[in-house]
Design a protein around this ligand. Structure first.
Ligand code: BGC
Length: 246
């Protein structure tokens, strides 16, 4: 059987990673390359790095690319944890001009959600799946019967007068030096609020700290079943490649 390939790039605040993806198995087809995110992380500078990664693999055709903020039809709308020059930037056009290839841009959590449903923890299930990534911010992906509702931005719900991600993201755990139990309390507050609004069937938790799911999940009380993401830091690359392929 011939396995089709795509290419995924994951743009983050500190690193830009990319690799060809086997779209049949949802695995990386070669070891990924990571280049530190240029500072300042302007659209042109980031696009140069994206082009460099594509060149490394000799990838000549279209690709998928995650971005850690709202992306509407190729236009980046917000920039919570990246350079403000991305706000209302026609990023798809910048990527095309700089790299010479078409890039489909997608919110990072949305890409991870699509990958987890196709190949990971959510196991192509019917119903309402919420993926939340806990990192510098909180990203969210809402997938209903396999269809993505893009740009949900549930990390920015206002809870107890705070932008939720500033209290419950993994970066808040670090900043406030919380132990697993204390952080678990904040996650309980966060996820209880979210589940009362959405009534999902499953919550998948991604982000680096999902590797330590067993340490903190006992302190998180939700009515919704909660599982750790399976694809970990490859989910963005895989999801972006899948979405770009259509
Ligand atoms: C952004 C989201 C992003 C998340 C994770 C949030 O601050 O608003 O768009 O998905 O961080 O990177």
């Amino acid at each position: 059987m011939k396995h089709e390939r795509g290419f995924g790039i994951d743009i983050g605040g500190s690193g830009i990673k990319g690799a060809p993806v086997d779209l049949t198995t949802g695995t990386l087809a070669a070891e990924r390359v990571r280049i530190p995110t240029p500072q300042p992380s302007t659209p042109e500078a980031v696009a140069e790095t994206v082009g460099q990664i594509l060149d490394t693999f000799g990838w000549k055709s279209s690709f998928g690319c995650t971005f850690p903020a709202v992306v509407q039809h190729g236009v980046t709308r917000t920039a919570a944890n990246v350079d403000p020059a991305w706000v209302d930037c026609d990023a798809a056009t910048v990527l095309r001009k700089v790299t010479g290839r078409d890039g489909l841009l997608v919110n990072d959590a949305d890409a991870a959600g699509v990958a987890e449903v196709a190949f990971g923890a959510a196991g192509s299930r019917a119903g309402v799946v919420l993926l939340a990534t806990l990192g510098t911010g909180i990203g969210s992906a809402l997938i209903v019967d396999g269809h993505l509702v893009p740009n949900t931005e549930f990390g920015h719900l206002e809870i107890d007068g705070h932008d939720a991600e500033t209290r419950a993201a993994d970066s808040a755990r670090d900043r406030d030096d919380l132990d697993w139990e204390q952080w678990g309390e904040r996650l309980t507050r966060y996820f209880t609020h979210v589940e009362n609004l959405l009534w999902p069937d499953l919550i998948v938790v991604g982000g680096g700290v999902s590797k330590k799911f067993d340490k903190w999940s006992p302190y998180v009380r939700t009515r919704t079943p909660m599982v750790p993401a399976k694809l970990l830091n490859e989910a963005g690359i895989i999801g972006a490649a899948l979405l770009a392929h259509g």
